[in-house]
Design a protein around this ligand. Structure first.
Ligand code: SF4
Ligand code: SF4
Length: 320
């Protein structure tokens, strides 16, 4: 689930639980990504009861970066609410994953961020996600904070003020991975490192950036009751479907039509001739398309190749 799912009512959540049961043979895992600010004991009990196998993720960008961008409509910072959610998960013995978006304000803070996550016993997985936002626009119907909208519309057209380059992300990840490998690997698993290691071992992986299971395998539930594909894509790519009209076959057909888009199919064809495909898996369709639109297609591939080469060197240097 995406957007902010805890804005959704519990009654509608029960309907989703019923919908998932009717497709249980086709669903491999159910995840929910929340900003954590509304998570409380009642929600945790409800989710545990109705979604017993749910993998809960909380978004947190680290101690020095989180509040720079994640503010509410009154421009109030949100890290203290996220930390309350972490404390609650610890007291209820709920394990969680964290998605940490790497923005410009994070770049010099890799080791500090790696250490911060290790201090929370509920955090068992950290997934680093680069913020490759090269241009910004509001989807129809999206509300934006005034300050944020100003930043978007007055920034340089080719890059938003919080976005990072593929090269900067590669350096950040090298530094974070180094801290994690030397001190924190017992506290949490780190993505994308673990997935790349699994790919080298020919083990199965869930991470869609590294797997053949991409956009047709991710559904996003929006707080207004509609279902769409992964929220990295534009809503218009696959379209939104009201929950009560959703069926998996129709959704799969829409995704297949999207894959025939000229840019998307050209990007996917490029992978077939690439020596790194067996490990790389082709990356994120939405991000590659965004970078390709800004002439940075080669930079995207180069950062994947560097990550893979760095991990390969690490495996070779690690005693059996
Ligand atoms: S858009 Fe990217 S993140 Fe979303 S499902 Fe497709 S590959 Fe995965
Ligand atoms: S490096 Fe680029 S072309 Fe090669 S497999 Fe990865 S995404 Fe595809």
């Amino acid at each position: 689930m995406g957007g902010e799912p805890l804005l959704y009512s519990k009654r509608r959540f029960k309907e989703i639980a019923e919908l998932l049961k009717t497709h249980s043979d086709k669903i491999t895992r159910v995840t929910m990504q929340t900003n954590g600010t509304l998570l409380n004991k009642a929600w945790l009990s409800f989710l545990t009861e109705h979604f017993p196998s749910l993998q809960l993720g909380i978004s947190c960008d680290g101690p020095s970066s989180h509040d720079a961008l994640r503010q509410d409509y009154q421009n109030r910072p949100s890290l203290k609410d996220v930390e309350s959610a972490f404390r609650l998960c610890e007291s209820e013995n709920i394990n969680i994953g964290v998605i940490c978006v790497v923005t410009r304000s994070s770049l010099e803070r890799a080791a500090e961020t790696a250490k911060y996550f290790a201090a929370w016993s509920c955090i068992k997985a950290v997934k680093l996600v680069p913020c490759f936002d090269y241009s910004g626009h509001a989807e129809p119907g999206t509300r934006r904070r005034e300050k944020l909208a100003q930043l978007i519309y007055t920034s340089r057209p080719e890059m938003l003020p919080w976005a990072i380059t593929a090269e900067a992300y590669t350096r950040f990840l090298a530094s974070f991975s180094s801290a994690w490998q030397s001190e924190f690997y017992r506290h949490y698993i780190l993505e994308p490192d673990i997935t790349i290691i699994r790919k080298f071992s020919n083990a199965s992986v869930n991470h869609c950036h590294y797997s053949a299971k991409k956009c047709g395998h991710v559904l996003t539930l929006y707080p207004d009751g509609q279902v769409g594909a992964c929220d990295e894509l534009c809503k218009s790519d696959i379209g939104l479907i009201p929950t009560h009209r959703f069926n998996l076959e129709g959704f799969t057909e829409r995704v297949a039509a999207f894959s025939n888009d000229a840019v998307v199919s050209r990007l996917q064809q490029a992978c077939q001739a690439c020596d790194y495909y067996s490990v790389c898996g082709g990356g994120c369709i939405a991000t590659r398309r965004r970078l390709a639109e800004h002439g940075r297609e080669a930079a995207y591939c180069q950062h994947r190749i560097t990550l893979i080469n760095n991990t390969s060197a690490l495996i070779e240097a690690t005693p059996c």
